[in-house]
Design a protein around this ligand. Structure first.
Ligand SMILES: Nc1ncnc2c1ncn2[C@@H]1O[C@H](COP(=O)(O)OP(=O)(O)OP(=O)(O)O)[C@@H](O)[C@H]1O
Ligand SMILES: [Mg+2]
Length: 359
């Protein structure tokens, strides 16, 4: 297996990780990230193509990647949505795609004619119909990417001289990456991805993708907007304040009128409350106890979020920020890139490794 470059295009940056899969272990060869200014990708749609193309060129030049082929991952709400549905199970993937397309009319939040659809079979169950005959029913996760949004991203990728070889959705890529480290049969592991525009809660049961739910009203950009509105400052300033963390009370030059700690704490509480409710609902609907909880995405760095979830879910010692670097050789290359740019490269790493075929 040759090198695979996973490329994550998000609202706040572009990140790429190249890894080589050899036997059971993946080795990181190269990793780099380039932050994107606000306004380049908005709600998953490219608004400033020239800026995105230049960021991607920069990414490849500075990252020194040895191939121009990229396994693309996208995730922004509302350009990408994932819903689960029950459909009759058919052994052929092609037949299944037809059934899924029919079901998409009912479950997707947008007109399916405007979406590129793909699906993942999460579970297959035998059922008896009214006449007592056995039928097989599948639970599927249906991913829909808005055609205009995805085309705008693909155009920029091509224009940067890159060749997209596949397109994946953030929660699918992360779930596949995690599956190899799951708690094993009987317990449901939960992945909570907290991005700038998306919050998704994904269950993984018996190494299979079990459920996916979006809570985008609690994504990072919402907090930035809240801070900007209540303080009467620009979104850029609000973002910088948020990332700076709590001010030092000893600092005589701190801007007292821009103290956002109360607002940050309030948002963290609402987020924790929403997540706990969703995770408990997920365990009930899957009928399995909670295993591990993994957090990913930039917003997972909110102070005290992980510990709070651990306490409220009764899962002390089982809640952690997903750090895929523990599962690959040469993780320091990913660490160096994320330290240098402040970007989270986990999604790019997951795409690179899980498509490399080892996990
Ligand atoms: N230390 C921090 N505390 C709170 N929020 C943070 C922190 N660091 C980053 N964030 C937030 O995380 C978000 C960025 O996360 P991430 O990089 O996962 O999103 P993205 O991939 O750019 O966006 P999307 O996938 O939604 O298009 C931003 O809203 C940012 O403000
Ligand atoms: Mg993202």
């Amino acid at each position: 297996m040759g090198s695979v470059v996973g490329l994550d295009i998000g609202t706040t940056g572009v990140r790429a990780v190249e890894s080589d899969s050899n036997g059971r272990t993946a080795t990181v060869k190269r990793a780099h990230a380039v932050p994107l200014p606000a306004g380049v990708v908005v709600e998953g749609v490219v608004k400033d193509s020239a800026a995105l193309v230049s960021a991607l060129r920069d990414l490849w030049r500075k990252g020194g990647f040895r191939t121009r082929k990229a396994a693309l991952v996208i995730g922004s709400h509302p350009a990408v949505s994932v819903r689960s549905a029950q459909v009759p199970y058919l052994p052929s993937h092609k037949d299944m795609a037809v059934v899924v397309a029919q079901q998409a009319d009912k479950v997707m939040p947008e007109d399916p004619a405007r979406l590129y659809l793909s699906h993942h079979v999460a579970a297959v169950e035998e059922r008896l119909d009214d006449k007592g005959a056995a039928t097989r029913e599948a639970t599927v996760a249906i991913a829909g990417a808005d055609k205009l949004a995805l085309d705008s991203i693909l155009d920029a990728v091509w224009a940067a001289g890159l060749v997209p070889t596949s397109v994946d959705v953030t929660s699918f890529a992360l779930a596949r990456f995690l599956a190899a480290s799951s708690s094993g049969p009987g317990a449901v592991d939960v992945l909570i991805h907290l991005g700038a525009t998306t919050v998704t809660v994904t269950g993984i049961l018996d190494k299979q993708f079990a459920y996916d739910l979006a809570m985008n009203q609690l994504a990072g950009e919402m907090l930035t907007q809240d801070i900007a509105l209540s303080m009467g400052i620009s979104p850029e300033r609000a973002e910088a304040l948020k990332l700076a963390g709590p001010p030092n009370p000893e600092d005589p030059f701190r801007e007292r009128d821009l103290d956002i700690s109360g607002q940050m704490a309030g948002f963290t509480s609402a987020l924790a409350e929403g997540v706990v409710e969703t995770v408990e609902g997920l365990c009930r609907s899957v009928g399995a106890p909670l295993g591990r909880v993994w957090l990913s995405g930039g917003e997972s760095r909110l102070p005290r979020l992980a510990i709070r979830l651990a306490v409220e879910l009764g899962a002390r010692g089982r809640v952690a920020v997903l750090d895929g670097r523990a599962w690959v050789r040469n993780p320091e290359k990913v660490r160096a890139a994320s330290d240098a740019t402040g970007q989270d490269l986990t999604v790019a790493l997951a795409a690179s490794v899980s498509l490399g075929g080892t996990r």
